[in-house]
Design a protein around this ligand. Structure first.
Ligand code: ADP
Ligand code: MG
Length: 696
């Protein structure tokens, strides 16, 4: 059978070359396959005929059966219009046509049964319909059921192509094929009770019932997600099989001594589990690529350190990269502090590291005496050469691009193991799709004794009261964050309001020191101001979201977020994660205007009702769509989905993943005859995608 992808859309009855061009340009439809996979966005209910006397509102489209009683032509030429009285015996309505009036007048006759489909309107209490669809009874019964309403563009509408036109074309394409072959293996379709492809395509364009539609949608969503999962798994299996990694077979002196003598607390079970997962990975002889997701404060740093110690025990060097100088410095201080007792050699390399220190680092890296190098992008500069780099930790993944990851690989003959850590919790199903070829570990437990941050919403008028509260907290020795929305390029108004906010705070607390940071400052100045707050020389930090990522000031107990309605949920959660790091009860205050939209209030109420980053991420994704999730991918998802929705189809993603694993376990290259059509479909889906390469 000819593949539907190979059939040009122009040969579908009624389309032709001109319209085919327009369809390609406007909707990207080239083949019959594309046409049949241009799914309706909603449906018109043509399943039951209504009585005219029962319809009283303007809302939906309705179907009436009856006769025209009379026709009347009004006006002249271009201004002429045709009106008709239509009755079904229960009541009557007026039908009006403004276009093609002569043609229509000759088309319909009084006294013959017609079915009228349109949207009723009311004028002076009388029902009217403008340009309804009129069909003879037999035509109408062929169309009964739910008819698809298709996404269109203005250009297509202007060219006289309506949703009904697309519907007719889809029907024409379907009736030209007796049975559309199913690309999914028969065993899978039967095993999962999926609707076969042929039936699903017929149903999706013209479902007879809601139940049939649901089954068709499920099948088509599954198919779409299944190709992605098969593709990702095939790639990751190939990569894992092919890419040699260093084998770290033992846990030795460094790890054990650190564990027994320096560990300041006992690990949570989640931390232990992730370390075990990494240990298993690095012992396979294949290169590890693992993503660790852990909510803010879940203790990723300790996990990273212990993993790096395993590498060092096996004669390798390790490297930890952070997105900013402040973060790199903090990691450096934490890790140096923790390991000083055992004499581990740890160094910091950032843009502001002096030449003399750089030379020392270069020498120690080359001879292998430097165990852990911590730094910013500076560590991936070409000049930096390791003797034996075996393990790389990347903190806050989304600030590092793929190109930078690749650059790290070139630093040793065998690709080092890579552990990517992110505090942006990504719902599992999204991670499965976006990071399909990374293995994912989750630290789903916070260290014991953390008090959940108390979060409240307050209005601008309540500022006096809030200031009193801040004062009390500072008298207890605590520090305060005050966060303003990010300043966009050249946004003078926002910059002004930030500066005013800063001045107001200075005035309200004349005896306290206030640090001030925003993204448009010079890095040196920024670091200086942040330093004031980190070292508790300042009590208050007024800042934009530059503080979002990773700063650790356990003594800070209050975070005020100004214009909270302007932030996304995930971002609010990241921000809130800056407090609640010490033993004290911490607070987060979301400031808004009194008048905010209902959805905004609902969104903010999620913040006041939970501290669980995963719950928040799921809610965020449901409300805003997966492309908007911060930190997953800067420019949206790496593929388009026609029907599935990553936010709401989690269960189907899981089912697709499980099925993909099973099929590849049995037939890794999809070479069995029964799997050949699937292989072809996966390859075609892959080449139809814009840019898969981003998820390397
Ligand atoms: P994040 O995952 O956000 O990077 P950190 O690694 O900065 O979190 O850890 C947050 C705080 O929790 C640090 O002060 C760290 O010392 C502490 N911590 C980490 N693990 C534990 C644990 N198992 N028990 C108690 N405190 C811990
Ligand atoms: Mg961290």
């Amino acid at each position: 059978m000819l593949s539907l992808r190979g059939l040009d859309i122009m040969y579908v009855k009624g389309i032709g070359p001109q319209r085919a061009k327009l369809l390609e340009k406007e909707l990207g439809l080239r083949s019959v396959y594309d046409l049949l996979h241009h799914f309706p966005s909603s449906y018109l209910d043509r399943s039951k005929i209504q009585r005219i006397c029962d319809v009283r509102s303007e809302v939906a489209w309705v179907l009436f059966k009856g006769r025209f009683v009379s026709f009347a032509m009004q006006g002249e030429g271009a201004k002429s219009r045709l009106t008709a009285l239509f009755t079904d015996g229960t009541a009557s309505l007026e039908v009006t046509w403004f276009r093609k009036v002569q043609q229509i007048k000759s088309l319909y006759r009084p006294g013959v049964d017609y079915v009228l489909f349109g949207k009723p309107g009311f004028y002076n209490g009388r029902m009217q319909m403008v340009h309804p669809e009129v069909d003879t009874e037999s035509n109408a019964s062929a169309m009964s059921g739910f008819r698809g309403v298709y996404p269109l563009t203005e250009r297509l509408r202007n060219a006289g192509i309506s949703s009904r036109t697309i519907y007719m074309w889809a029907q024409a394409a379907l009736s030209a094929h007796q049975r559309i072959a199913d690309p999914l293996p028969e065993g899978l379709v039967r095993g999962l009770g999926l609707m076969p492809a042929d039936e699903a395509l017929r149903v999706i364009h013209h479902p007879a019932s809601g139940e049939a539609l649901e089954r068709a949608r499920y099948r088509l969503k599954f198919e779409e997600l299944f190709y992605i999962q098969v593709d990702m798994l095939m790639r990751s299996r190939v990569r894992k099989g092919a890419l040699l990694g260093m084998r770290f077979a033992k846990v030795g002196h460094w790890f054990n001594t650190f564990y027994s003598e320096c560990l300041p607390f006992s690990l949570t079970n989640a931390q232990k589990r992730v370390i075990k997962e990494v240990r298993a990975d690095v012992n396979t002889g294949r290169q590890m690529n693992r993503l660790v997701q852990g909510d803010v404060g879940s203790g990723k740093t300790m996990v990273a350190l212990l993993c790096m110690l395993i590498a060092i025990d096996n004669g390798a060097q390790a490297c930890l990269m952070a997105p900013t100088e402040i973060l790199a410095t903090q990691h450096y201080e934490t890790i140096r502090g923790l390991t000083a007792k055992i004499g581990l050699n740890v160094k910091l390399l950032t843009g502001s590291t002096r030449k003399a220190e750089r030379d020392v680092i270069a020498e120690q890296l080359a001879e292998g005496s430097l165990h852990i190098l911590i730094g910013t992008h500076a560590v991936i500069e070409d000049k930096v050469r390791f003797r034996n780099l075996g393990f790389v930790v990347i903190d806050e993944q989304h600030r590092f691009g793929v190109a930078q990851r690749a650059k790290l690989w070139s630093k040793s003959a065998i690709a080092p193991h890579v552990l990517v850590m992110t505090a942006t919790p990504i719902p599992r199903t999204l991670a499965m799709t976006v990071y399909g070829d990374l293995d994912v570990s989750v630290i789903d437990e916070l260290p014991p004794g953390r008090k959940p941050v108390t979060t409240v919403m307050r209005y601008d008028e309540q500022r006096e009261m809030i200031y009193r509260f801040l004062y009390q907290q500072m008298q207890m020795g605590r520090q305060i964050y005050i966060v303003h929305p990010l300043i966009e390029e050249n946004d003078k108004v926002a910059l002004r309001s930030l500066e005013e906010g800063y001045e107001a705070i200075c005035e309200a607390f004349p005896q306290k020191k206030v640090a001030f940071v925003h993204g448009r400052m010079k890095p040196k100045e920024k670091d200086y101001q942040m330093g004031l707050f980190v070292n508790h020389e300042a009590d208050i930090l007024v800042a934009t979201t530059v503080i979002e990522v990773g700063v650790n000031v356990p003594n800070a107990s209050v975070m005020i977020i100004e214009n909270a309605e302007r932030f996304g949920l995930s971002q609010l959660h990241q921000l809130r994660g800056r407090v609640g790091r010490g033993a004290d009860q911490s607070y987060c205050v979301l400031m808004t205007k009194r008048q905010i939209a209902k959805e905004t209030r609902q969104r903010l109420e999620i913040m006041t009702s939970t501290n669980d980053g995963f719950v928040i991420a799921e809610a965020d994704m449901k409300m805003r769509g997966p492309g908007e999730i911060e930190g997953t991918m800067q420019s949206g998802l790496p593929f388009d989905l026609r029907i599935a929705n990553l936010a709401s189809d989690g269960a189907i993603i899981q089912a697709a993943r499980t099925a993909a694993e099973a099929i590849l376990d049995a037939d890794p290259a999809l070479q069995a005859p029964a799997n050949r059509p699937l292989l072809r479909a996966v390859e075609q889906a892959r080449s139809a995608q814009a840019d898969w390469s981003r998820i390397s």
